[in-house]
Design a protein around this ligand. Structure first.
Ligand code: COA
Length: 424
């Protein structure tokens, strides 16, 4: 038994934000039916190709555990089948450009008329307002959501981050909205519209930076490196390099081998509760009681000096040795792991966070498994579907088309490669 068993999802998503959401729902047990344009499919199938002729990793890694049906949503036969899918499904998820669903004839009003219990969940770049009609990709959301202006170093340009907080982050927000709406439907009996704008999702993840924006009115942000460097603060939350975003100061520090290995670094946090242990580990026991060092607030203007001293110590150890020494003492540190190290980590394989999947076109590849573990709803990651792989099966088994009806549909040309056998 899976948590979302019995929930049917009409997955009208493409690229990254929507597919990450529906992949999560599939992992939790929903039957996710991905609708794709005949002969073309989700654009990511053929983007960033590494194995000629095979679906890209971009596509496969976002579309596990789903079924694929090809439907031309602009053709009358396609619209008929989509209408049946809306009647049948509990949730419809889409992340088209603003207005595209309406142009297909599936406005929220029409969808509700077809199935008042359905939940229509959408990702858009922006919420209502002057930018609501804009098309948006990941980095636009990172920039418009405040992440870029607060990422990077003070003396450099704004930076986008490698974590796909605009796309995958919004997919997560949307998934939460969907299961919440499903929960409410249990009581109300009604579906509802769920909107997750990418800008809003990024702003939500940048909450601490809006906190700092307001704190600026009360004076300099003392935990930022620039305070210790005597650099005045401007009007907006500045870029803070690798400074910790929380109340416990932290930095990225070099470890043994940093000269050659770009990832020989550790994050090091001088949590107040373990300050004395930090002093002992780095060989500065006097700092435990010294004026200007003993109390957390007194240390704030000396953070650069303190972290330079800690780095003298971390440079004598590998990032894993730092972890091995500090962990038992409760000093929070974290090695900077490369993607290669993550791919090869046996613990992550064991936990199902990194999973090997077999695919008929490309063979074995690695993917990121479900990052949320439910003790009573096990996730078994299965490969992404080929384009239209389940068209016949969905038309006949899910929607009940057979005989002449099925023949009429398959001959309409609106369903791509649907097999003749299915028609018969
Ligand atoms: N059959 C027929 N037509 C289909 C179809 C199908 N199965 N699936 C999609 N289409 C059509 C749409 O109806 C639309 O046609 P229209 O413009 O004539 O109305 C067209 O394909 C293009 O859809 P669109 O969403 O505009 O794709 P795009 O490639 O031009 O834009 C995005 C891509 C991501 C920029 C855009 O979809 C968007 O802004 N989405 C919302 C934000 C988002 O999720 N961004 C992150 C993506 S990771």
């Amino acid at each position: 038994m899976k948590a979302l068993e019995g929930v049917k999802v009409l997955d009208f998503t493409h690229v990254q934000s929507g597919p990450t959401c529906t992949q999560l729902l599939a992992w939790f047990g929903a039957d996710v039916i991905k609708v794709e344009r005949p002969g073309v499919g989700d654009a990511t199938r053929k983007q960033l190709i590494d194995v000629p002729g095979a679906d890209s990793l971009y596509f496969t890694m976002l579309n596990h555990n789903k079924r694929s049906i090809e439907i031309n949503s602009k053709d009358p036969a396609g619209k008929e089948v989509l209408t049946k899918l809306i009647e049948t499904c509990d949730v419809m998820v889409e992340n088209f450009a603003p207005g595209a669903l309406d142009r297909m004839g599936f406005s929220w009003e029409n969808i509700q008329k077809i199935n008042p219990r359905i939940i229509l969940a959408s990702v858009k770049g922006f919420g209502p307002g002057k930018y609501e009609d804009c098309k948006v990709y990941e980095n636009v959301a990172q920039c418009a959501g405040g992440s870029a202006s607060t990422t990077g170093f003070l003396d450099g340009p704004p930076l986008v981050t490698g974590a796909q907080i605009g796309d995958s982050g919004t997919g997560l927000h949307l998934a939460l909205g969907i299961v919440t709406a499903l929960f409410q439907r249990e009581k109300s009996g009604r579906g509802q519209k769920v909107l997750a704008p990418m800008q809003d999702g990024v702003i939500n993840l940048c909450r601490v930076k809006l906190r700092d924006q307001q704190r600026l009115e009360a004076g300099p942000l003392k935990e930022y490196s620039q305070f210790g460097e005597g650099i005045p603060f401007g009007e907006a939350t500045p870029r803070a390099g690798n400074d910790s975003g929380g109340g416990q100061p932290g930095r990225i520090l070099k470890c043994k081998g940093w000269e050659k290995d770009p990832n020989a670094y550790t994050y090091f946090i001088i949590q107040a509760a373990v300050w004395e242990k930090v002093c002992d580990v780095i060989g500065e026991p006097d700092w435990k009681t010294a004026e200007g060092y003993a109390k957390p607030n007194d240390r704030l203007d000396k953070l650069n000096k303190i972290f330079e001293r800690i780095e003298e110590w971390t440079k004598t150890k590998t990032k894993f040795e730092v972890m091995d020494t500090c962990n038992p003492l409760d000093i929070p540190v974290g090695p900077i792991l490369s993607m290669k190290e993550i791919a090869e980590d046996p613990g992550l394989r064991e936990s199902g966070t990194i999973v090997e999947v077999d695919h008929p076109e490309r063979g074995k590849y690695l993917t990121v498994g479900c990052p949320i573990k439910l003790s009573d709803s096990e996730v078994n990651v299965t490969r992404s579907p080929l384009l239209g792989e389940h068209t016949g099966e969905i038309l006949s088994e899910v929607l009940g088309y057979s005989g002449d009806e099925l023949k009429r549909l398959t001959e309409s040309g609106a369903f791509g490669n649907v097999t003749k056998e299915a028609a018969e």
